[in-house]
Ligand binder design. Structure first.
Ligand code: PAF
Length: 281
C-alpha cells in the first residue's frame, strides 16, 4: 500500500488507474482513528471500484475554536494497518499546508443546509467539511466517494455541494455500523469513560424507540421527537443538542414523517457530543 502526502502524487496515481479502460477509483475520506464503520466504507469501495484510496486528514477548518481539534485521536499506524487489511491501495495523508496553502482564501459554503442540525450548534463546521471534501474530490478525481449514514447531515451537505459544483463523483452512503449493544461507531466514542459509555446508549435507544413508533404507524414529528426526548431524559447526565425530523435533502424540519425522511439526534454525554439517526424506509 502506498502513502501519498501530496495532491500531485494522488492525482497522478488516480489518472494512471483511470486511464485503463473500465478502471475506477473509489475514495474513502476520513479523519483517521479508523474503526469498523470506516472498514465498512473501505469494503464497499473495494467491492465496486478497481482501486481504493483512503484519505486521512484531521481537517482544522471543520473544528470550532473550542472544539477537539488538538485532542482528536491520531492513530496513523493503526489506521494504515486497518486500511491495508480492508484492501485499500493508497493512503492520502497530506499536511495542513498541502490542502490549505499559504494565503488560502477559498471556502465552500452550502447556504441554508450548512447552518442546520449539527451546523446550528457547530457554526462553520459544514463550511469546513464542504471545503475539504471538495478539495479531496478535486485532488483524487474519484468515480465514487464513500460516506457513512451516521453523519447524515454531512451527507446532505456533501451531496448538495457535489451537485452544485458539477462534481462528477458519485456520492455513496453506507449504513450505520453499531457496537453489539447498539452504540453507533464513532471515533469520538474513544473519549467516553465507562460511565459515559453506558449513558451514551440512550442515543441508540431513542432511535430504536422512534423506529418502533414508526413501525406502529406513528408519523407525527411532535410525537416522535417527544418519545426520543423522554428516552434521552432517562439519563439525566445527557444534554440534548437537537432532536429533529427533517427532509434529508434540505435538512428543513418536517411535521410528518415520509419515506426518506431523516430523524436525527445529537446529545452531549459529558464533554463528548454524539449523534445518531435513522432514515425512514
Ligand atoms: O466524516 C469525516 O470523517 C469528516 O467530516 C470528513 C468527511 C473526512 C471531512 O473531513
Amino acid at each position: 500500500m502506498e502513502i501519498f502526502r501530496t495532491v500531485a502524487e494522488l492525482r497522478k496515481w488516480s489518472r494512471a488507474v483511470r486511464s485503463q479502460t473500465g478502471n475506477t477509483v473509489g475514495l474513502v475520506p476520513t479523519m483517521g482513528a479508523l474503526h469498523a464503520g470506516h472498514a465498512s466504507l473501505i469494503r464497499a469501495a473495494r467491492a465496486s471500484c478497481s482501486r481504493v484510496a483512503v484519505s486521512i486528514f484531521v481537517n482544522p477548518t471543520q473544528f470550532g475554536p473550542n472544539e477537539d481539534f488538538s485532542r482528536y485521536p491520531r492513530t496513523f499506524d493503526a489506521d494504515c494497518a486497518l486500511a491495508e487489511a480492508e484492501g485499500a491501495d493508497v493512503i492520502f495523508a497530506p499536511t495542513v499546508e498541502e490542502l490549505y496553502p499559504e494565503g488560502a482564501a477559498t471556502f465552500v459554503d452550502v447556504e441554508g443546509l450548512g447552518n442546520r442540525l449539527d451546523g446550528a450548534s457547530r457554526p462553520g463546521h459544514f463550511r469546513g467539511v464542504a471545503t475539504v471534501v471538495a478539495k479531496l474530490l478535486i485532488a483524487a478525481e474519484p468515480d465514487r466517494a464513500y460516506f457513512g449514514q451516521k453523519d447524515a447531515a454531512q451527507v446532505a451537505v456533501v451531496r448538495r455541494m457535489a451537485a452544485d459544483l458539477c462534481v462528477a463523483t458519485q456520492i455513496v452512503v453506507c449504513p450505520i455500523v453499531r457496537e453489539s449493544d447498539g452504540l453507533a461507531l464513532s471515533s469520538r466514542n474513544l473519549y467516553l469513560n465507562p460511565v459515559e459509555r453506558s449513558q451514551a446508549l440512550a442515543l441508540s435507544r431513542s432511535i430504536l424507540e422512534v423506529k418502533a413508533l414508526i413501525a406502529s404507524g406513528e408519523r407525527r414529528a411532535v410525537t416522535l421527537i417527544q418519545a426520543a426526548r423522554q428516552t434521552l431524559a432517562a439519563e439525566p447526565q445527557i444534554r440534548v443538542d437537537h432532536i429533529a425530523l427533517v427532509d434529508w435533502s434540505t435538512l428543513e424540519p418536517l411535521e410528518v414523517a415520509a419515506p426518506g425522511t431523516l430523524f436525527a439526534v445529537a446529545a452531549w454525554v459529558g464533554s463528548t457530543r454524539l449523534i445518531d439517526n435513522t432514515i425512514l424506509e
